[in-house]
Design a protein around this ligand. Structure first.
Ligand SMILES: C[S@@+](CC[C@H](N)C(=O)[O-])C[C@H]1O[C@@H](n2cnc3c(N)ncnc32)[C@H](O)[C@@H]1O
Length: 218
């Protein structure tokens, strides 16, 4: 009985269960072998699922300090931890410390250099403020190897337009929280990344009015 109670306390996202398969189908086209950093693992459902699905990828899962416990809870409940999954790493796009400065000390403990071949983040950019997304886009190239691929999943605006009425309503809801969350413009993100050696590569339209955007570092 205790076990059941503990399991039910692990944060769980129905949306993650619905979107993991469409996301996997796109990742399948791209992921070969190498090191991937995930930012904002949330419930850690994606991290555990994708690590199992992509055994040639060393999946490094990160999130902000307050959310580290969800990964640890899921780890404690999982009988067989995928051997290619590493976490939780602490990472937040912020102004006082770069992504590289935050990751380096954590990765040096496992003799890893903090350069990644792949970067994945799901449903984080609309939660982050404009300033946080901007600082993230300016810094992310520092932790990527040349030719690295980046995958951003979530809702975006294109040419200033929402892709659905429900996304427009969702944006209003996000803004009403008063912490800077909002659906971001694809072109704004694309242009900041372009100024930092990262080119837009592909837009994948996935269910529920979400996109999986692919970028490549040079
Ligand atoms: C809506 S949850 C998405 C979680 C998960 N990736 C998913 O798809 O369900 C948003 C995530 O963004 C993370 N986050 C919020 N602000 C952040 C920041 N400034 N830097 C990095 N991650 C951030 C949160 O901790 C949370 O895990």
């Amino acid at each position: 009985m205790m076990m059941t109670m503990e399991m039910s306390q692990i944060p769980f996202s129905e949306a993650c269960e619905r979107n993991k398969e469409p996301i996997r189908e796109v990742l399948l086209k791209y992921l070969r072998r190498g090191h991937l950093l995930e930012m904002g693992f949330g419930t850690a459902q994606h991290a555990f699922y994708f690590a199992n699905q992509f055994p040639n990828i060393k999946w490094f899962a990160s999130d902000v300090a307050e959310n580290q416990h969800t990964f640890i809870q899921r780890q404690n409940q999982t009988k067989e931890l995928p051997p290619n999954l590493w976490g939780p790493l602490e990472l937040r796009a912020r102004f006082d410390k770069t992504l590289s400065e935050q990751l380096s000390p954590q990765l040096s403990q496992i003799n890893y250099s903090s350069k990644f071949d792949y970067f994945f983040t799901a449903n984080t950019l609309h939660i982050m403020s404009l300033e946080e997304v901007e600082i993230f886009c300016q810094q992310v190239h520092e932790i990527l190897s040349t030719g690295a691929l980046l995958f951003f999943y979530g809702p975006f605006k294109f040419r200033g337009e929402f892709t659905s009425v429900s996304n427009a309503n969702f944006d209003q809801n996000l803004r009403s929280r008063g912490v800077g969350s909002c659906i971001k413009d694809f072109e704004w993100i694309r242009d900041i990344l372009k100024n930092h050696k990262i080119e837009f590569s592909e837009r994948n339209d996935l269910p529920a009015n979400n996109q999986l955007l692919v970028f490549r570092s040079s």
